[in-house]
Ligand binder design. Sequence first.
Ligand SMILES: NC(=O)c1ccc[n+]([C@@H]2O[C@H](COP(=O)([O-])OP(=O)(O)OC[C@H]3O[C@@H](n4cnc5c(N)ncnc54)[C@H](OP(=O)(O)O)[C@@H]3O)[C@@H](O)[C@H]2O)c1
Length: 387
Amino acid sequence: MGSTQQTHQAPTTAELQTLWALLGDLGRAATHWRFEVAPNPCVGAAVVSRGQEVARGFHQRWGGPHAEAAALAAAAESAVPAEHWDTMVVTLEPCSSRGKTPPCVEAIRSTGIKRLVVGAVDPDVRHRGAGLKKLEEAGVEVIVLEGAAPLEDVCPHFLAWSGPDRLRRPHPWTIAKWAQTRSGHLMPPANSDNNRWISCGASRDEVLELRGGVDAVVTGVGTVLMDDPRFTVRPPGDTEMRPLRVVLDSYLRTPPEYALLRQTPGPGVGPVHILCQGGADVGRWRALEDAGAVVTGLPAGETDHVSLLDAQAWLWEQGARRVLLEAGPTLLSRYLDRDLVDQVRVYTGSAIGGEGVTMAAWMASANFAQRLDRECGADSVLEAFSG
Ligand SMILES: NC(=O)c1ccc[n+]([C@@H]2O[C@H](COP(=O)([O-])OP(=O)(O)OC[C@H]3O[C@@H](n4cnc5c(N)ncnc54)[C@H](OP(=O)(O)O)[C@@H]3O)[C@@H](O)[C@H]2O)c1
C-alpha cells in the first residue's frame, strides 16, 4: 500500500480493505470502454458516503466526461444529498489541468468531499502528483492505495502513451479500421451482388460513430480514386465533430471535382488536407487549392511515396491526437509494416474471396493485446490494441 496523509480521522484497516476492493472493481469495470477512450486511460470513480457507495461513473468516450465528473453527476441523481458525500474513490489521480474537459480536481474540491482515495498516480511526468498536491492544499485527505487498480492491468495502453519514448517522438494514436471478406480481402469479389460494401449497415453506422470520435481521418489516394468517398461524420456519428480529412497523395492525383471537395463546410464536414511530395505538379496543386483543399508538400520519403513518419509528425502539429486510418490495402499494409498502428477495428462480412491482396496472413500472425471479438449485425468484429 502507498502513502497515507492524515488530516482527518484515519480509515480503519477494514475500511481500507473495502476501499481496496472497490478500486479493483472500478478498475476492472473501466476496461469495458478501453477502445472508446484510448489513448486516454480507462478510469472508474465512485462517490462514497459513510462507507456506502452512492454512485459510480466511468470515462466512456475519448473527449467525453472524465470518470470523476460522471460519478459526481450520477451521485447528484441519487437520494443521498451532497453534504453526506465524504469520499471519492478513483482508479487514477484526477487531472489538474484543463484538457477537453475542465480539471477534475476543481470538480472534487467544489463538492466539499473530504477524502480522496486513488489507485494510481498519473504516470505522465508532466502531471505526476500535481492533482493530489492541489487537493491536499485544499484540505482534502489523499490516500494512495497503489496496487489496488494497477495501470498495467487497467490501461497498459496509457502507460505506453504517456511513457518517455512516446513523449520524445510525439505522433498521434492511430486506429486502423477496415472491412474485409471472410478471406481477408478489402475489395469484394467483382461479381458480388452488392459490389460496394463488404460490411453491413449496422457496421457502417458504427464507423460513422467512430469518425465522430477522432481528430482526423486519413486515407490514400487509391481509395479516393476508386470509391470517391466523403469521409464526413453523419448521424449516428457526432456531427459536432469535424475531423480533418487527410489524403496521402504523393503526386496530387486527387480529382478536384470529387466528392471530398464538393461537401459544403459545416456540421461533420472537416477541412480537406492533401499531403504530397514536395515538388508535385504546380497546376494540380493550384487546382486542388482552388477547389478548397489545403495542399502540403512533405519531403520525399525513402520510397516514392509521402513519408509516413513525416505525415504522422504533421498530424501531431495540427493537434491531431487520435486518428482514424480508413485506407485500402496498399497504405494500410504500409502503416502496419511500420508499426504505426496502435489499435485495430476489423469488420469481417459474409462474402468470400475478393480482389487484390488479403489481410489473412497478417491477421494470423498479428500480436493483439486486450482483444475483443464481438458481433455487429451480420458481421463479426475484432477490436484490439497492437501488442
Ligand atoms: N474494405 C475496406 O475497409 C477498404 C477501405 C478503404 C479502401 N478500400 C478499397 O481499397 C481499394 C483501393 O486500394 P489502394 O490500396 O489503392 O488504396 P489506398 O491504400 O487507400 O491508397 C494507396 C495509395 O496511397 C498513396 N500513398 C501515399 N503515401 C503512401 C505511402 N507512404 N505508402 C503507400 N502508399 C502511399 C499511394 O499513391 P501515390 O504514390 O500516388 O501517393 C498509393 O497508391 C478500393 O477498391 C477501395 O474500395 C477498402
